[in-house]
Design a binder for this molecule. Structure first.
Ligand code: PDD
Length: 283
């Protein structure tokens, strides 16, 4: 079946969708987005994703009726008959001739489509863990906004892949503080404590990140939201990444340094199992 897209409420095949070159997403990445996983036909942590979408829109002053977006997302997922997959939603500020001034009160363009997973893209790494590279964080200073401006993320991921790694862990060039990854958040475990950078403009506050912090609490794993540096990362007992696609994945090497004994560590495994239980309970 062809993937169906919903553009401003109208359903049509994704391959036929035409969006104006005057869409400000095209010129300026003046748009925000969300990716929501679907497990057994149900949208996972949907309210949390919608609320973050609302926050991203408000941060950029894009006015959009979220209850309509919510309805369109559900309709699109039903129309595509998704059982196990994801939905992508992008809201741009709207269309206007190219100019740096931000026009007021444009009608936003809302693009939604949903896709069934043929197979889990991370399946080969769930048990063995991934390799990560290190890359300077070249992005802008409002990474808390889930903006479609992802070029620096793509460059970092591309470099990671050319180094035979699956993800790039990013660090600030001035103080070597770790921020997050090209499309995931990052945690370390050292001295039995789980650590992840605190919520700030330096990271996207991942929905999976928040979920993992809640899981840690329920498992009585000590967890702190504190910055750590590149060297603390390399000497950690465990490193893990979280994201809507990755879910919870162990990292067994960083920039060629083996983490722990080179296998997915016990804390990561406990958290990952709890995450799988939570997924099942949400069906
Ligand atoms: N990426 N950090 C960045 C920069 C991200 O792009 C993402 C998600 C995350 C994790 O957020 P969440 O747990 O809410 O998925 C962290 C999505 C999946 C993407 O761009 O495809």
């Amino acid at each position: 079946m062809k993937t169906l897209a919903t553009f401003n409420g109208q359903i049509q095949p994704l391959e036929h969708l035409k969006i104006s070159a005057n869409d400000r997403a095209f010129y300026f990445a003046d748009a925000v987005y969300e990716v929501v996983r679907i497990y057994s036909g149900k949208l996972f942590l949907f309210a949390e994703h919608l609320s973050r979408l609302g926050r991203s829109l408000a941060s950029l002053g894009i006015k959009c009726d979220l209850s309509l977006v919510e309805k369109d997302i559900m309709e699109n997922v039903n129309a595509n008959k998704i059982f196990d997959g994801y939905v992508y939603v992008q809201v741009s500020r709207g269309e206007a001739p190219r100019a740096h001034q931000i026009p007021k009160n444009l009608k936003p363009n809302v693009t939604i489509y949903s896709v069934e997973f043929v197979s889990d893209p991370f399946a080969p790494f769930r048990a063995s863990g991934i390799k990560a590279s290190l890359h300077p964080d070249w992005r802008w200073k409002r990474r808390d906004i889930k903006s479609t401006n992802l070029l620096a993320n793509c460059i970092a991921r591309d470099r990671a892949e050319s180094e035979n790694c699956q993800e790039a862990i990013l660090y600030e060039e001035d103080d070597f503080a770790i921020t997050e990854c090209s499309s995931n958040n990052v945690f370390i475990v050292s001295s039995n404590t789980l650590r992840t950078p605190p919520v700030s403009n330096r990271i996207l506050n991942g929905i999976t990140r928040q979920c993992v912090l809640a899981i840690a609490k329920s498992l009585n794993i000590e967890a702190v939201e504190e910055n750590f540096t590149v060297s603390e990362l390399k000497f950690a007992d465990e490193v893990l990444i979280t994201g809507s696609f990755a879910e919870v994945l162990g990292v067994v090497s960083v920039a060629g340094c083996t983490i722990g004994d080179g296998s997915v560590g016990p804390v990561t495994r406990m958290i990952s199992e709890s995450f799988q239980d939570l997924k099942k309970a949400s069906h």
